[in-house]
Design a protein around this ligand. Structure first.
Ligand code: LLP
Length: 402
């Protein structure tokens, strides 16, 4: 997005501000669909947890996307955004049976990841087919906090427990209509996906009524300038070929599903934040902004790198090295030792790649308001969330008199 456009949006809606360019979401969606165009039945189920704003959901719906929801509330948001129950896949982890019952009432496709719940499900709903999340025990993912397919991970039913699954379904008569996996996020190496594909297709052979195979997601996006990303086109070619070959070999008309979050929305988003102070110290020149880990926790939680640029000053003839820090009473550093165009108090900085797991992981820590959000799409700007107010902080507090 152009610098002046971003500055105008901050002028109009204030700082800090999340701004999403939905044209980028559209381009990423089409890239993914093209990469798998040789598969007859392909479903892209956007992983809603990455960004749950209704406007973003509506854009994805208009592009033909389905959704992957992990809580009843996410299912409800998707329904609110206009998705039909057929378009919503519910893939939670470690939830109570009460939540499963709600999902049944709502009529969405359910994925279970636990043998005891599978048994209870089968006994309660013998006629409802269900998908199973398998843990393939593949080590993948950008860092240990977001690796979920290895042997020590809480997710899925172990690949070594297929026998136990069969025992349960033999007792209950449950039909398994889908097999699911997800091994982590920020996975660059496509071999990890290809390896997991082989494992999952082997699992498909174990069950008679499989209609779809859900390969989850985890595609790496470039966070740094010149950073690598998962080669989705090459991966598309390899997995599609293997998948199509499998369908022919086993005479199955399967649907192939992916659940991308970051790949679809990360690059579309920016967190715009104003510089409160420029603070030279003996070692470091700090740039203190009017945002913090309450708005974007990824750098602090995962040591994630987000590129930061000065939107106000586009003159790159005088660059300096700064550490960009937040206003929360903790060490909330957005970026250490970043070379940027000279920064002055009042400037607007742009934290890039903040479309996924950014607003959706924000909080009211330090009693700060969550930001407003703006989306730009096909030449029009839309305010898609108001900034919070003091009333929002008080909303569910119960005042007592002592
Ligand atoms: N499917 C399942 C079952 C998932 O658990 C996830 C993400 C996705 C799909 C989407 O993965 P993606 O395409 O976004 O990599 N908060 C972390 C990422 C956690 C991902 C959790 N599950 C971050 O900001 O890096």
């Amino acid at each position: 997005m152009e610098q002046q456009h971003l500055l105008n949006l901050v002028e109009e809606h204030g700082s800090p501000l999340y701004v999403y360019d939905a044209n980028v979401i559209e381009a990423q969606y089409k890239r993914m669909a093209n990469a798998f165009s040789s598969v007859d039945n392909l479903r892209i189920n956007y992983a809603v947890k990455a960004n749950t704003n209704l406007a973003i959901l509506k854009v994805l719906k208009s592009l033909g996307s389905g959704v992957d929801a992990v809580s009843i509330q996410e299912v409800q948001l998707c329904l609110k955004a206009g998705f039909t129950t057929e378009q919503i896949f519910y893939t939670p982890s470690g939830i109570s049976f009460e939540e499963v019952e709600k999902a049944v009432d709502l009529g969405v496709q359910i994925t279970l990841d636990n043998l005891s719940i599978l048994e209870r499900f089968g006994n309660t709903y013998p006629d409802i087919p269900v998908c199973l999340r398998i843990n393939p025990h593949v080590m993948a993912g950008g860092n240990h906090k977001i690796s979920v397919g290895h042997i020590d991970s809480k997710f899925g039913i172990s690949i070594y427990q297929i026998k136990n699954i069969k025992e349960v379904i033999a007792k209950t008569g449950t039909i398994i209509n889908g097999i699911h996996m997800h091994t982590g996020s920020d996975i660059y190496n496509i071999d990890a996906f290809v390896q997991a594909t082989e494992i999952l297709l082997d699992v498909v052979k174990e069950f008679e009524h499989i209609e779809f195979v859900d390969f989850g997601s985890g595609f790496k996006v470039p966070y740094k300038e010149g950073d690598n990303e998962t080669n989705i086109e090459r991966m598309g070619e390899q997995i599609s070929e293997r998948f199509n070959q499998f369908c022919v070999e086993y005479g199955k008309d399967l649907t192939l599903i992916f659940e991308p979050g970051k790949f679809l929305v990360s690059a579309s988003g920016n967190l715009l934040t104003q510089v409160n102070v420029v603070k030279p110290t003996p070692n470091i020149v700090f740039v203190g902004v009017d945002s913090g880990l309450n708005h974007l926790i990824r750098p602090m939680m995962y040591d994630a790198y987000h590129h930061i640029t000065n939107v106000t000053n586009s003159n790159d003839s005088e660059q300096k090295v700064y550490s960009v820090v937040g206003y929360i009473c903790e060490n909330d550093t957005f970026g250490h030792n970043r070379k940027m165009n000279k920064v002055s108090e009042g400037d607007i900085l742009r934290i890039h790649n903040a479309g996924a797991y950014s607003f959706s992981m924000s909080s009211n820590y330090n009693s700060r308001y969550r930001t407003a959000e703006v989306m730009t799409y096909k030449g029009k700007d839309y305010l898609i969330r108001e900034r919070e107010t003091f009333e929002d902080l008080l909303k569910n507090q119960v005042e007592i008199t002592l």
